[in-house]
Design a protein around this ligand. Structure first.
Ligand SMILES: Nc1ncnc2c1ncn2[C@@H]1O[C@H](COP(=O)(O)OP(=O)(O)OP(=O)(O)O)[C@@H](O)[C@H]1O
Length: 267
């Protein structure tokens, strides 16, 4: 379980004639993510979603508040649980080394954790299993990223994130750069993988329709705070005006992903 309470994060902005100023990106962010659930963090561009994911991954410091993971202080958990929290980014092309083979790309997190001869044999078995799971032929391991479509490469990034058997997977706009039909396939895959590997997801996105398909709960981030949390089965019960507008903008459409349809929500 991840518990975030009163999280604060600001960045120094470039100096002005009166000295440097601070941009307060996260001013008071609190939420819980229970084991096996999927929490969607929804917010407009620049609201601090990626900042939040970098903080959780231990890539960025925070200024105040507390984060507990499985009851342990965040920094201690990160140090003691290498590979147990993974991330899939939006930019699948830039998040892989274009000169590496798919095999090198996918095995990178495992090689960082273990380089022994016995370990390498285990790595090969894990990679073979994951290639099967993401439905790409093993022959693809010898290809390079430019030989794969966007959807295929994002599948590789998902498999790479799962090689270390994480407990938590952060999906940072992970489907946003894909065509809608490919988004749908990846969402279905993510749903299957979540059940199969008992994963807990934090799904960061601005697309409410995709979020409601995958998530159990939603947290809306705006102005540095979580302005509302909702159960995905009851998104039309939103109280906040901004959230009501967002929800209203997707209500007239049938879900593009065949998931929770807005029709069902209204009946
Ligand atoms: N390393 C940094 N140094 C200074 N400012 C930063 C840094 N990282 C992010 N910011 C600023 O913090 C704000 C939030 O950025 P962040 O990338 O977290 O937003 P986001 O909600 O993920 O946006 P998007 O949906 O467009 O990716 C932005 O104004 C950004 O310019």
């Amino acid at each position: 379980m991840i518990t975030v309470e009163h999280l604060k994060k600001s960045y120094k902005t470039t100096g002005t004639m009166f000295g440097s100023a601070k941009q307060h990106v996260l001013t008071d962010v609190s939420f819980h993510l229970r084991h096996g659930e999927c929490l969607g963090i929804v917010g407009e561009s620049g609201s601090g979603k990626s900042t939040l994911s970098r903080i959780l991954l231990g890539l960025e410091r925070y200024d105040g508040g507390t984060i507990l993971i499985d009851g342990m202080p965040h920094n201690k958990w990160v140090k003691q649980n290498k590979g147990k929290m993974s991330v899939v980014f939006q930019d699948y092309r830039t998040s892989v080394n274009p000169n590496w083979t798919i095999e090198q790309i996918i095995s990178e997190p495992l090689n960082m954790l273990c380089q022994s001869e016995g370990g390498r044999k285990q790595h090969a078995a894990i990679i073979a299993e994951l290639m099967e799971r993401i439905q790409l032929p093993r022959g693809y391991l010898h290809k390079h990223p430019h030989e794969l479509s966007g959807g295929q490469l994002q599948r590789i990034c998902i498999a790479r994130a799962l090689t270390t058997r994480p407990r938590y997977l952060i999906l940072d706009e992970a489907i946003s750069s894909l065509d809608v039909s490919v988004q749908s396939q990846i969402l279905t895959l993510l749903k299957e993988l979540q059940a199969e590997y008992s994963l807990t997801y934090l799904f960061i996105a601005h697309d409410l329709q995709a979020v409601t398909y995958l998530c159990d709960h939603l947290a809306f981030l705006r102005g540095g705070v979580i302005i509302e949390e909702l159960d995905c089965n009851h998104i039309h019960s939103a109280q906040n005006e901004y959230v009501q507008q967002l929800v209203g903008s997707v209500l007239p459409f049938q879900s593009a992903f065949g998931g929770r349809s807005t029709e069902r929500e209204l009946t």
